[in-house]
Design a protein around this ligand. Structure first.
Ligand code: C2E
Ligand code: MG
Ligand code: MG
Length: 431
């Protein structure tokens, strides 16, 4: 488990384009047309080019053997033209149609040798038909190409994620969370990363959307639960050996994780395996999860286990206050966008103040995330946020960078962690 990152959020819930295979009442002919289209589009550039060339050669040979171009056989040329149109679009269709026109016309060896070469008009008419049909096909196929290409991109990415999971390329980074009252770090948020063999370290924005469109998000969820608990136990042992309070770990789960029936069981068995008290684990969920009808039993089960539940990115989207009472929530995380407006937009400050009041009257903890500047930290203290998290304090760290911070974090320490705890030792902005 190791390394740094960027950001994601919106779109994490979006589903893949399913227009290709509508669920209800799809006719077999539609299915056949679409799957044929999909195999053409999915074919590699080289294979498709070779098939087109082969199609032209076969058409020419059959025409030759059939005695020349002046019969029905030249219709075979439509096959490579249509393939080129479907795979490469109108430009390629035009080239292949013109080539077919030349091959099928007066240049056909048999016609010339037999003295039956077609007249120029017939040759031109045939070529015009080839071009026309090729362009019509390209025009018909192009609107369907985008979803097909998008679906194939997703399929390839799913395959790659599956391979990455098999090769243990996914790992967690941990971003420390600072307690305003205790003036020390009290927890971490685990953030998934993918050490891709070709593209380097990827952040959730690069793969979570695709994973959430398939069952892969369950594998990622299981991995995160197991690895975060394993790591939390290590740090708990370390903290206890130093006579310090253990840190809690917050993990992110997606909506699809929440409706997985074994979720509570997985969490319970990971806590048990690592001898962790449940309050050392916080599960962060976005507001959209709470709008799901099936969410309530899962949330109740998690609450029953004793783990903490947090609403991530609160204060944007469609923050509905109704669910704050309905669901067993412990923490609100103020959205990064709102926090970033705090130091220059009075209305953002008013809104944040209102949310803090609301949280305190409901007995909820408040976390400000995405804190980047000294001014935001001061406002955070002023607004009485319980916890703060952001690049001002530390970026998401590799697991091996965390113990130094854990051991250095004593009560009343300086607000800023030593520079070495920030990536590249950079000093964070002060304004
Ligand atoms: P989030 O849970 O709201 O996590 C905070 C994101 O903001 C993280 O991006 C973090 O690197 C970034 N961040 C933290 N402090 C600052 C700051 O001061 N300034 C700026 N500009 N950004 C900051 P990351 O790691 O790319 O994660 C993005 C989102 O992906 C997370 O948003 C979370 O919703 C999702 N995610 C991350 N890990 C997991 C996971 O293991 N499972 C699931 N289902 N979702 C995850
Ligand atoms: Mg989060
Ligand atoms: Mg967030």
């Amino acid at each position: 488990m190791d390394e740094p990152g960027r950001t994601l959020k919106e779109g994490a819930m979006s589903r893949p384009d399913s227009t290709l295979f509508p669920t209800g009442g799809t006719r077999y002919s539609d299915y056949l047309a679409r799957s044929t289209l999909r195999s053409w589009v999915g074919m590699s550039f080289l294979s498709a080019t070779l098939i087109v060339i082969l199609g032209l050669l076969v058409s020419w040979s059959v025409t030759y053997l059939a005695g020349g171009a002046d019969n029905l056989v030249p219709h075979l040329y439509y096959v490579p033209i249509l393939i080129a149109a479907a795979r490469f679009g109108p430009g390629a269709a035009l080239i292949v149609a013109l080539t077919a026109g030349i091959l099928a016309g007066p240049l056909t060896y048999v016609d010339v040798a037999a003295g039956t070469a077609q007249e120029t008009e017939r040759w031109l008419t045939r070529t015009a038909f080839f071009v026309g049909i090729g362009q019509l096909m390209a025009w018909l196929v192009i609107p369907a190409l985008t979803p097909v290409t998008e679906e194939l991109r997703r399929m390839r990415q799913e395959f790659d994620i599956r391979r990455g999971l098999r090769h243990n390329e996914f790992f967690l980074r941990y971003q420390p969370i600072y307690s305003s009252r205790q003036r020390r770090f009290v927890g971490v948020e685990a953030l998934i990363r993918w050490q891709h063999p070709v593209h380097g370290e990827l952040t959730p924005v690069d793969f979570l959307d695709v994973a959430e469109g398939s069952s892969l998000i369950h594998d990622i969820g299981k991995l995160v639960i197991a690895e975060a608990c394993r790591q939390t136990e290590d740090w708990k042992t370390l903290a206890e050996a130093q006579g310090q309070e253990p840190w809690y770990t917050a993990i992110n789960l997606s909506a699809r994780d929440l409706i997985r029936p074994e979720l509570a069981y997985d969490v319970a068995s990971a806590l048990k395996r690592h001898h962790l008290p449940p309050e050392l684990l916080t599960i962060e969920l976005t507001e959209t999860v709470l709008a799901l009808e099936d969410a309530e039993p899962a949330l109740e089960a998690l609450n029953h286990l004793g783990v903490q539940l947090a609403i991530d990115d609160f204060g944007t989207g469609y923050s509905s206050l109704a669910y704050l009472n309905r669901f067993p929530i412990d923490t609100l995380k103020l959205d990064r966008q709102l926090v970033s407006r705090l130091d220059h937009d009075p209305s953002a400050e008013d809104l944040a103040r209102g949310i803090v009041l609301l949280a305190s009257s409901l007995g909820l903890k408040m976390v400000a995330e995405g804190v980047e500047t000294q001014k935001q930290v001061e406002l955070g203290h002023d607004l009485d946020f319980d916890l703060m998290q952001g690049f001002y304090f530390a970026r998401p760290l590799r697991s091996d960078e965390v113990p130094a911070l854990l051991l250095a974090s004593t009560a009343d320490q300086d607000l800023r962690p030593p520079a070495s705890f920030r990536p590249n030792g950079k000093t964070p902005p002060t304004e």
